[in-house]
Design a protein around this ligand. Structure first.
Ligand SMILES: NC(=O)c1ccc[n+]([C@@H]2O[C@H](COP(=O)([O-])OP(=O)(O)OC[C@H]3O[C@@H](n4cnc5c(N)ncnc54)[C@H](OP(=O)(O)O)[C@@H]3O)[C@@H](O)[C@H]2O)c1
Length: 282
């Protein structure tokens, strides 16, 4: 069953036997970095016996078509295409992608991405800093048991069963990322300063991002909702400085959606140019 997450019986270490990764049967965590290791820790606490897959170790088992465990893919957006390409089509339904950005149209062949389950990670993990901002949200056939296991292991997580509701959440998270990354990097300010000194730009950026992403995903998310979510989840992130990573999956995607649907994205375009990224090429 695709949703199988393993269980306490699957972890020989609990009975005093040697803790051998080979004896484990729990979910694979591909890319145990900031996000991956937090997910793995919760799965460990839930007794599922997660299996870590690094660039140079663990791939053979993760690619075994007979192994029914979910594969949580926690690599960065830039590395996702390569990781995705390693899996044959029958395994796509066992993947759970937890990247931040808008992945549609950039990963796999057209239509393939829909096979995978998705996660929207609503915690921030950077070095020693870890804050849960709200429950992380999961969608898809491999996601239900996984969200339940993460919650058992102490991480706030829940399944979003409805596809449209999840697309709305995907837009809310994508817009959130468009607000906390590129603009701060361009202006050279932290999030607290951006919120107070660039309030008008923030509102315009949220508005055009919501319009463009809503048009792309066929949902209605307005700036008031996005800014309310932003306010509710960034209280402890005033120190964040932003960055220009993964722009084609974030603000670059917003510019692309805008062009495709006739939604002007002047603030996004200006910020992208300031960061040395031509919006037309994003
Ligand atoms: N950190 C956060 O607070 C946060 C919050 C929400 C969402 N996210 C999203 O989560 C994703 C991961 O972010 P992160 O902060 O966890 O990044 P990260 O700390 O760089 O972790 C990514 C990990 O993936 C590994 N990796 C890359 N390619 C791989 C491959 N082919 N096989 C196995 N492992 C591979 C990397 O290994 P190397 O070290 O060798 O490169 C690294 O350990 C991003 O899409 C990000 O947007 C992050």
């Amino acid at each position: 069953m695709n949703g199988a997450v393993g269980g306490r019986d699957a972890d020989p270490g609990r009975n005093g036997a040697a803790q051998r990764p080979a004896g484990r049967r729990g979910p694979f965590v591909i890319g145990p970095g900031e996000v991956g290791r937090r997910l793995a820790a919760a799965l460990e606490a839930a007794g599922t016996g997660p299996r870590l897959v690094r660039r140079d170790a663990g791939w053979e088992a993760a690619l075994d078509p007979l192994d029914p465990a979910p594969r949580i893919v926690a690599v960065r957006e830039e590395d996702l295409g390569e990781a995705w390409a390693r899996f044959d089509a029958p395994l796509h339904g066992r993947l759970v992608l937890v990247q931040n950005g808008f992945l549609e149209g950039r990963i796999g062949a057209p239509g393939e991405l829909a096979e995978a389950s998705r996660g929207l990670i609503w915690f921030t993990a950077k070095g020693g800093f870890f804050r849960e901002l709200m429950p992380s949200l999961f969608f898809g056939r491999a996601a239900g048991a996984l969200a339940a296991a993460l919650a058992r292991g102490g991480l706030a997580a829940r399944l979003v069963p409805d596809a449209v509701e999840f697309r709305r959440e995907l837009v809310l998270k994508g817009v959130w990322n468009a607000l906390v990354g590129l603009p701060l990097a361009v202006h050279g300010v932290d999030l607290a300063t951006y919120r107070s000194a660039f309030a008008a730009e923030l509102a315009e950026l949220a508005d055009e991002s919501c319009r463009a992403a809503s048009a792309e995903y066929g949902v209605a998310v307005d700036a008031d909702e996005a800014l309310a979510r932003f306010a509710a989840t960034t209280g402890e992130l005033g120190w964040v400085r932003g960055g220009t990573r993964a722009l084609p999956f974030r603000n670059g995607a917003i510019a692309r959606f805008g062009r495709r649907h006739g939604v002007p994205t002047p603030v996004t375009d200006r910020l992208l140019r300031a960061a040395g990224c031509a919006p037309e090429a994003a």
